[in-house]
Design a protein. Structure first.
Length: 471
């Protein structure tokens, strides 16, 4: 693998399949999911579940979460799904350095664990248990997870639990004997496969993170083939991209074309079961998407614009309206709303991907980013705390070009740019941009507007939020 590093001017391999947290890609809603997980753990939200296909990036997300949690949160990482229910207790006690006498019974370990957690809580510390490959755990071990969730003080949970697993975990939790555990899961997230535009950004992000300085090496045709062959799964993308770089190096080329990717595909043997299982779990993913969106919105409570002691107000979100019929571009809305306009008939958006925008660098003097950052600041100063808006996108501040690209995409597709605004926030020391749309008097009207968004925006998983959460 290291053979092509000097050829492309890289400092390290960009497409390793083992999780490397410096290569965490915050696009495709991964960054927003990470922030929502941080909020859930810091704010005592009980059990959280993250599901996703094989190779979708669950372990990477788990590792980054462990790194970015505040220092007062102690981390217990369980990567062995075959642990028995008693072994789970011993493993947690061992990770927390709780001294155990020889031949200590499981009931005694549980009591000592509770006493240790109470002592930690009294000193302002918490403990989070991150469980990888949870779908492979025995039923009795999952039952032990439920019992651990009962450890609490008078008003607060003593242990925060996060389950990472394949879609089979959702099927297990749907069983009648698992209903008590399922009822204790307060937040559900699903890592969707990357779409083609996300894959193009992902490939460039990984190359830049590995020290690459030149122009993009992956041609549009190469990216398209990688998207089709990988089915949007990051592990497969990494395998194909790595093999493509090696093929280009062997040919003395600095450009990845369809030829190199075809060679990489021939050299890879991917299972077809993922495609079948995705159809089987699509209804589950759809059902979880609303809950996931609500949970993501909660991370705003940790926004630097809010006082540290402020708790997010409860919201009564109306259920989302069904998507509009294909013949209608905008649903009927209530007075006072600012519905999304449909793309102009003369420039319809391709159904399978975000329309392409010229790749030329934006002129800083005419930057949409700066324009909408200014209007966003002005709007935030005037808008009512009780109003709502739609969160369209978040991105690290270092990816300002991606934000500019996104804004130009909105403009090109006929979105009312007077309703588009931008803000900057700082969570856990990471400066980020947020692109938002509209100003709605209620959660219900925001949900109705959500249903009218163009198809290419819906792939970004937008969700409603309240203005007060930006202050």
């Amino acid at each position: 693998m290291t053979m092509y590093l000097d050829h492309f001017g890289l400092t390290e391999p960009p497409f390793r399949i083992t999780p490397h947290t410096d290569f965490f890609f915050p696009g495709a809603n991964r960054g927003a999911t990470l922030e929502a997980l941080i909020y859930a753990i810091v704010h005592d939200e009980g059990i959280t579940k993250v599901s996703g296909e094989v190779g979708s990036g669950k372990t990477m997300l788990c590792r980054v979460l462990a790194e970015r949690l505040p220092p007062q949160i102690g981390i217990v990482y369980l990567s062995n799904p075959s642990l028995s229910r008693d072994d789970i207790l011993y493993a947690i006690a061992d990770e927390l350095a709780i001294p155990l006498p020889a031949n200590t019974r499981a009931s005694t370990v549980l009591r000592l664990l509770q006493a240790h957690l109470i002592e930690r809580y009294a000193s302002g510390q918490r403990v989070a248990v991150l469980i990888d490959e949870a779908h492979a755990m025995p039923a009795e071990s999952l039952e032990e997870i439920r019992l651990l969730s009962n450890l609490e003080s008078n008003r607060h949970k003593l242990l925060q639990l996060v389950l990472f697993g394949q879609p089979e975990l959702n099927e297990i939790l749907a069983r009648s004997d698992m209903r008590q555990l399922k009822e204790r899961i307060t937040h559900n997230f699903h890592l969707e496969p990357l779409v083609r535009d996300d894959i193009a950004a992902y490939l460039e992000f990984r190359m830049r993170a590995a020290g690459y300085k030149g122009p993009n090496v992956f041609s549009p045709a190469a990216t398209r083939l990688i998207a089709e062959a990988s089915q949007g799964l990051t592990r497969r993308i990494n395998i194909l991209a790595d093999k493509s770089l090696l093929s280009a190096f062997s040919a003395g080329s600095h450009q990845i074309t369809a030829r190199e990717v075809r060679a990489a595909i021939r050299d890879s043997e991917f299972s077809n079961t993922t495609r079948a299982s995705r159809h089987a779990t699509s209804r589950i993913a759809t059902a979880l998407s609303i809950t996931a969106a609500l949970a993501v919105a909660l991370w705003i409570a940790t926004h630097s614009l809010l006082p540290a002691s402020t708790s997010p107000p409860a919201t009564n979100m109306a259920p989302p309206s069904p998507p509009p019929a294909p013949a209608a571009s905008v649903a009927t809305v209530k007075p006072g709303m600012s519905p999304m306009p449909a793309p102009p008939p003369s420039e319809p958006a391709p159904p399978s991907a975000t329309p392409v925008i010229p790749a030329a660098k934006p002129d800083p003097a005419a930057s949409l980013l700066e324009q909408h950052l200014a209007t966003g600041k002005e709007w935030l100063a005037k808008s009512s705390d009780e109003h709502w808006f739609l969160q369209l996108m978040t991105a690290e501040a270092s990816r300002s070009n991606d934000v500019e690209y996104f804004l130009r995409n909105l403009k090109r597709n006929g979105v009312d740019m007077q309703q588009v605004r931008l803000y900057r926030s700082d969570l856990s020391g990471h400066l980020r941009y947020g692109v938002i749309y509209g100003d709605f008097p209620s959660a219900a009207s925001a949900q109705q507007a959500l249903a009218t968004l163009p198809a290419f925006l819906k792939t970004k998983k937008p969700f409603p939020r309240q203005v007060i959460r930006l202050r």
